[in-house]
Design a binder for this molecule. Structure first.
Ligand SMILES: [Zn+2]
Length: 266
């Protein structure tokens, strides 16, 4: 269940992510804490929903919830990430039956990962954002310069992100085109740790269910976060507001600066 909107005093309109895409249905009594459908009307609940589809919006007749995902409600940071990921899925994925084949499984995997604490929440979110970029057709080739095609692992200097074209550019191309020069009128790009290009490529192809310990520096994580927030907002029109809310919550709860060293390969 990826979105719930209260409807009147008692009812709730649920957006469910199924294996074939989104479907919206009315849960009668879903807004009442003790109602029969109250567990089914909580964000991230996973299970079997039986819908009666008359004319117009379907009705949830029964629901058998297999996973309540309590951990995602009890921890503030996890709850913030879960809310963001549900919002992203509810906006970025199509209605039934048009969802990309992997969407449901990758979404379940990202919630599982968030519950299990195996991989940091921000890395999981970036992995899912990369899938969304690919499904919406706004994912560049993260490992090569989008101008000259040079492999970014081998070019001289750190790559740059081009916020107008939405992709990474090698350092020589960035200098040549004025991307690296903030005195030009052109919207300036920003430099990106070389490692970020490799990790974006890796995460974009990874099965989220199989992600293991990912040990990345703060600067690499910040760069990936900034790039993907921009990429989704500007080129796919999703995530802007919810992503901003997530960043604000995470920043307000942040511990003192974490260990910022030791990029390890995944
Ligand atoms: Zn280039």
């Amino acid at each position: 269940m990826v979105r719930v909107v209260r409807y009147g005093e008692r009812d709730a309109i649920l957006t469910l992510l199924t294996e074939t895409g989104l479907v919206t249905a009315l849960a009668r009594g879903g807004a009442r804490p003790t109602g029969r459908l109250s567990a089914a009307s909580r964000l991230c609940a996973q299970g079997t929903y039986v819908l009666y589809q008359g004319r117009g919006m379907g009705d949830v007749r029964q629901a058998e919830i297999a996973r309540q995902r309590r951990a995602l409600h009890e921890d503030v940071v996890k709850a913030a990430y879960a809310a963001y990921l549900c919002d992203l899925a509810s906006r970025a994925l199509p209605e039934r039956p048009d969802a990309p084949p992997a969407a449901y499984r990758q979404f379940v995997a990202v919630l599982d990962g968030l519950e299990a604490d195996r991989v940091p929440a921000d890395v999981l979110a970036r992995a899912f954002e990369l899938k969304v970029c690919a499904w919406l057709g706004v994912a560049p080739e993260w490992r090569a310069c989008m101008r000259c095609g040079a492999p970014l692992g081998e070019t001289e200097g750190a790559p740059w992100y081009d916020p107008q074209e939405g992709g990474l550019v090698c350092s020589p191309c960035a200098l040549r085109s004025g991307l690296a020069d903030d005195t030009t009128r052109r919207a300036a790009g920003w430099p990106v740790p070389r490692k970020a290009s490799a990790i974006l490529h890796l995460l974009a192809r990874a099965d989220i269910a199989k992600l293991q310990r990912v040990d990345l520096s703060g600067s690499t994580r910040d760069a990936m976060s900034r790039i993907l927030a921009h990429q989704l907002r500007e080129f796919a029109g999703v995530g802007g507001r919810a992503r901003q809310v997530l960043e604000e919550i995470v920043a307000s709860l942040a511990d003192p600066p974490a260990n910022d060293q030791g990029d390890l390969d995944t």
